[in-house]
Design a protein around this ligand. Sequence first.
Ligand code: ZN
Length: 342
Amino acid sequence: MKNLLPTSTAGSLPKPSWLAESETLWSPWKLEGDELIDGKQDALRLSLHEQQQAGIDIVSDGEQTRQHFVTTFIEHLNGVDFEKRKTVKIRDRYEASVPTVVGAVSRQKPVFVEDAKFLRQQTSQPIKWALPGPMTMIDTLYDDHYKNREKLAWEFAKILNQEAKELEAAGVDIIQFDEPAFNVFFDEVNDWGIATLERAIEGLKCETAVHICYGYGIKANTDWKKTLGSEWRQYEKAFPKLQKSNIDIVSLECHNSHVPIELLELIRGKKVMVGAIDVATNTIETPEEVANTLRKALKFVDADKLYPCTNCGMAPLPRHVATAKLNALSAGAEIIRKELSA
Ligand SMILES: [Zn+2]
């Protein structure tokens, strides 16, 4: 990575209103057939362009080709019945109607590899690709086959590893696994959550990241956050084991969160994607606010390991808000780069 403090986003960015309904999760597509395929590619180009205009260093597809960060991946697997739905509590927080695991799970064919190749053709910048993590996948399903969370997680880890190896071959520089579930199921994280994540990255030569957040800025998440008290110490539970793991980068929520920043000391040595943009508000951060968050993190993260980022995905935000937040992220990182080189 050529620049100090390379910027990136946690993952999703808003979709254009001609492709899917704005400011909505699981938003239905407005196009179909070949038009949808073309539309997704055009949206990916636009999303890349917006990141480049904002000066983002490590770019992504903005998750323009998927409806949801977990479900879209699962849709492509054998063994999951999307017609047979059950209401479960996701991350012990909110009820959702989810598909059912009815048989052995396997990957029929690559899920995102063509999209990744397409993104690779559009830019020579480093690219990051997000996949759901095994623990978050099992938490977004009803399991009527394995009837064992850990067993299903190991199966998903194998499938994710197949996909990740093909993404690497397609030219992806950083593969990121989204694991918001790491902030909820602490015993399982330590018993097998991190182990299954390491299975998912087995044999990869590209960089790997895990994104652990407090969720999108949707009501179920913001209501939950209100119950967490004045100090959010959830990261403390997973960090010691994560520090010893093979994962290269840890992506975290920092700005406007109640996470005590000194918890970052527990993952000293890892690269850290420091969330300096709050995705739960339309208020645009000032570059100085972004710089403040990065300054605080610098006490616990070496400068060459600090990657300014967003707290989470920005899919549910209005497009102009997300764009302005990307600009603020770049400007804030630039303030600190100047300070560090002075
Ligand atoms: Zn997130």
